[in-house]
Design a protein around this ligand. Structure first.
Ligand code: NDP
Ligand code: HSE
Length: 470
């Protein structure tokens, strides 16, 4: 229905849509416009929130022109009023009463992080008819469906460009620009901290612990770097991307996750010697599997793990804390997105882009996309993924050993592409083998590794790394 008035401004939409349930209706003019500012509440004033406030303040004239109405920052919710803040933050706007602040806003920007109270505050904002913008991938990865459902039911916008890959426009291209195509794969580096750590291990020869300490000193990694180095952050982002790309609900619990804590300096060196670099990759792909010989079923596999990438591949050139993501779609082909995946100002750029979009919707009418989950594909376990592998083994250096190792691969239908033997170790009684496979099922490879580990001639499986992009 056309909601434009004769003067070209949008007509008021029904109060129940704008203001939410009767018990939470606010006594406000529902339609912002040149005469009525769009009231913006910011929840959180840390690394990202401070920069959101800075952009809202410094660019207010441009933002008003782009939106068609001024954006009025009505408050900034924090945990502790005594914490020193950047001078750009007006102390009079700070509050610890986030609920009251939410109730006064047309647009609520959540950059506080964590699950609660962020979830309750966003649901309150949505129920009250406010549009919401969040950078909170942990919350979306864990409980996105609750937020999508609430936003869809209330008819309000839920935008989250900053939740995946910081400044890089990635959510919108996947959610909107590629909505007419069929995405087959999303693959990339979505965690800046671990990319910095692996890059330092590769370029400066650091051990993992030393590189993590350096990342902390530079402010990339937090005091507790678990979410980054154990792959939780990347897994949440992978779940969000997979949900959008495949029109299917994927939660962080569906994502196979391995962090980088098992990557050693020796792995990095072995990778270098064979023309690879190690990257923590997030991969979401459409697969067709035939479980137990049954008819083929379309599904998705979503995984986060360290992988070998050829040193000539564009992902190998992604240095420091940068992110880069490839999206493969049937009609569009391969697309690459690259840029800063973290940091206050880059992330604030993505947040402000969303704020302008949802504010425009309030002024000019219209609404962003609702959750698309019609495909409802099954999420398969990692065992159904297929890729190539590089396995390092320490074995006895005597006749017949290679034959036994080759037999273990053959027994699980895993085809060997190349084998390289290092000079003798342990005084000559042992040697290291590096085995590279052709494409194989992850389940078959796991069974092979188990069999290898049980062979008398194998002293140890030193590492198993998937090979991507080759
Ligand atoms: P910070 O820890 O720097 O800031 C969090 C802010 O939220 C602080 O101002 C804190 O208040 C406030 N806060 C926390 N809990 C509460 C609460 N219960 N009530 C009121 N205020 C609260 O986080 P970041 O800015 O780094 O991250 C914010 C969000 O953005 C997270 O979801 C994160 O995952 C996401 N993100 C961050 C990126 C980055 O590079 N940092 C990149 C992309 C996304 P106080 O200051 O008083 O402690
Ligand atoms: N901790 C994240 C990273 C930044 O290192 O990429 C927020 O997404």
């Amino acid at each position: 229905m056309d909601r434009r008035r004769a003067d070209g401004r949008p007509d008021a939409v029904p109060l129940t849509r704008i203001l939410g349930p009767p018990d939470r209706r606010r006594e406000v003019d529902p339609v912002a416009g040149p005469d009525r500012a769009v009231r913006v509440a910011v929840l959180g004033c840390g690394v990202v929130g401070t920069e959101v406030v800075r952009l809202l303040t410094r660019q207010s004239a441009d933002l008003a022109a782009r939106v068609g109405a001024p954006l009025e920052l009505v408050g900034v919710a924090v945990r502790d009023l005594a914490t020193p803040r950047d001078a750009v933050v007006d102390p009079d706007l700070l509050t610890t009463d986030a609920e009251a602040l939410v109730d006064r806003a047309d647009v609520v920007v959540e950059v506080m992080g964590g699950i609660e109270p962020a979830r309750a505050l966003l649901l309150r904002a949505i129920a009250g008819g406010a549009a919401v913008v969040t950078a909170n991938k942990a919350l979306l990865g864990q409980d996105g469906p609750t937020l999508y459902a609430a936003a869809d039911a209330a008819g309000v916008d839920l935008y989250f460009e900053a939740a995946v890959a910081g400044a890089i426009p990635l959510v919108r291209p996947v959610r909107e620009s590629l909505a007419g195509d069929r995405i087959t794969r999303v693959l990339g580096i979505v965690n800046g901290t671990t990319n910095y750590v692996l890059d330092q291990m590769t370029s400066a020869g650091l051990e993992l612990d030393q590189a993590v300490e350096q990342a902390q000193a530079l402010g990339y990694a937090e005091a507790d770097p678990t979410a980054d180095v154990e792959g939780f952050d990347a897994a949440a982002k992978a779940a969000i991307l997979a949900s959008l790309a495949f029109h299917t609900r994927v939660s962080v619990d569906d994502v196979h996750r391995e962090g980088i804590t098992a990557v050693s300096a020796q792995d990095v060196e072995a990778a270098r010697e064979t023309g690879y670099v190690i990257k923590l990759l997030a991969i979401a792909e459409r697969v067709t599997a035939s479980p137990d010989g049954a008819a083929p079923v379309d599904g998705v596999v979503v995984r986060v793990h360290p992988a070998l990438v050829p040193d000539t591949h564009p992902l190998a050139g992604v240095r420091g804390a940068f992110n880069a993501v490839f999206v493969e779609a049937e009609a569009a082909g391969e697309l690459m997105f690259y840029g800063r995946g973290a940091g206050g100002l880059p992330t604030a750029s993505a947040v402000l882009g969303d704020v302008v979009t949802v504010a425009r919707h309030r002024v000019q009418g219209g609404k962003g996309p609702i959750e698309s989950r019609y495909a409802d594909l099954p999420v398969h376990p990692i065992g159904r993924a297929t890729t190539r592998y590089q396995i390092r083994l320490r074995v006895a250096d005597r006749p017949g050993v290679l034959a036994q190792v080759a037999q273990a691969f053959a027994a699980h239908d895993v085809s060997i592409k190349a084998v390289r033997q290092s000079p003798p170790v342990d005084g000559g009684g042992a040697t290291d083998l590096l085995v590279v496979t052709h494409r194989a099922d992850d389940a078959a490879l796991s069974a092979t590794v188990e069999r290898l580990a049980g062979l008398d001639v194998v002293d140890g499986v030193l590492s198993v790394l998937r090979v991507e992009g080759a």
